[in-house]
Design a protein around this ligand. Sequence first.
Ligand SMILES: Nc1nc2c(c(=O)[nH]1)N(C=O)[C@@H](CNc1ccc(C(=O)N[C@@H](CCC(=O)O)C(=O)O)cc1)CN2
Ligand SMILES: Nc1nc2c(ncn2[C@@H]2O[C@H](COP(=O)(O)OP(=O)(O)OP(=O)(O)O)[C@@H](O)[C@H]2O)c(=O)[nH]1
Ligand SMILES: [Mg+2]
Length: 445
Amino acid sequence: MVESDTIAALATPGGTGAVALIRVSGPKAWEVVETACGRDFGEARRAVLRSVRDEAGQVIDQTLVTPFRGPASFTGEDTVEVATHGGRLVTRRVLERLLNCGARPARPGEFTERAFFHGKLDLTQAEAVMDLISAQSDLALRAAHEQLEGRLGRRTEGLRDELLGVVAQVEAWIDFPEDDIDPETGAALDARLEAVAGGIRTLLATADQGRILREGLRTVICGLPNAGKSSLLNQLLGEERAIVSHTAGTTRDTIEEALVVDGVPLRLVDTAGLRLAGDEIEEEGIRRTRREAGRADLLIVVADASLPPQEAWPDALPAVTRELRVLNKVDLGEHPGWADFEADRISCSDGSGIARLRTHIREMAELGEADWGEHAVAINARHRGCLRIAADALERGREALASGMAAEMAAMELREALEALGEIAGRVDTEEILGEIFSRFCIGK
Ligand SMILES: Nc1nc2c(c(=O)[nH]1)N(C=O)[C@@H](CNc1ccc(C(=O)N[C@@H](CCC(=O)O)C(=O)O)cc1)CN2
Ligand SMILES: Nc1nc2c(ncn2[C@@H]2O[C@H](COP(=O)(O)OP(=O)(O)OP(=O)(O)O)[C@@H](O)[C@H]2O)c(=O)[nH]1
Ligand SMILES: [Mg+2]
């Protein structure tokens, strides 16, 4: 689907600023802007100062215009960038004028979509543009950058090429149905398939990292009432977000906030204290706490250090892969019963131990330099879906080969794996899938 019409949209946020940027892309991009400016541009990639005028010849704004000749542009099409003064009204009037001169408003993500259709970006790179814009931490930014630079696409396309080689060999056998695949060749093919499967597994293992980078580590604070859970949320946020009081049962509903702790994006959730409920609302709060705790990436269990352990530690918490134990209120003195208890000792009143707790949270996220590595990628949910389909089909293909089934059977399964792998970089012909992806972008991107 390569559309031949010319689109225009504001590329910068729709507020007041020093300068705003409007992009026009498509076969008539130059013509549209030249009409609005009443003059030709001359050379590509050279910024020129031009007045955009309305139909009556009245100047709307003095703008800096940069024309690009396809394919040497972001979209791969003829493109013109018009930098206007950054007022709401002036940008709206200039855009309206360009639309009147033959452009139509761009749909969300349409510039990037066109870059994809003109082969400027593969689908993983187009997705990376979006990740880059929404990145909330330096690591998320770095991951998006590496994906934009094409690292993930090269890996999946590399695996696909290798698989394609094997499929070609298997299919060559289909033409000679009287010959079975000889065991030696069969073993060699299987070794190559195992290597592809290994590559897929390596990528799948980054799904957790990818989700955490994009959505944040889901961190749930829980514990008995009055332990200081809301105080801890406030401490980590650096603001008085949640209500804190000496009354047990203060927090009745879950509170969720996004923040970055030591470079790790978190979704921090404060919950109602776990105990036998006093009333119906509290009971519902506690039900929500259990649900939240169950879907946490990291559980922070908080207890009051000044109380004896048997009175302070909540029981029946869901098992999660990551858990941090915290003893709060150490400023009040620690009950001797905790002596051998391994936990972060903190005080939300005087801030002691909070810096160390932050470090521990970061370590738990396993997103540090050491965990990240030189060749790391962080896949998203769509990539994971494709990789799982590919891994399963590949497995079935290997079984078919091993059990001496007809080569057709094996080839069919391997073809399915091939297709799923190719889908990651955008080898898809269903516009529906692509439309779904690009529609999540903002207008002008
Ligand atoms: N003014 C402006 N700034 C921007 C963008 C933009 O579209 N316009 N970008 C939009 O996201 C990002 C930069 N990405 C871009 C990627 C490729 C090309 C481009 O013209 N590519 C040509 C020429 C390459 C070259 O000169 O080396 C090409 O690929 O053929 C432009 C911007 C961020 N900053
Ligand atoms: N001395 C001392 N008091 C603290 C500390 N942290 C919290 N508190 C106090 O403990 C009481 C309970 O704090 P909250 O943060 O509301 O406790 P919570 O766990 O959210 O309680 P619920 O929402 O009722 O489950 C408040 O009076 C806080 O001021 C601390 O480190 N030291
Ligand atoms: Mg609370």
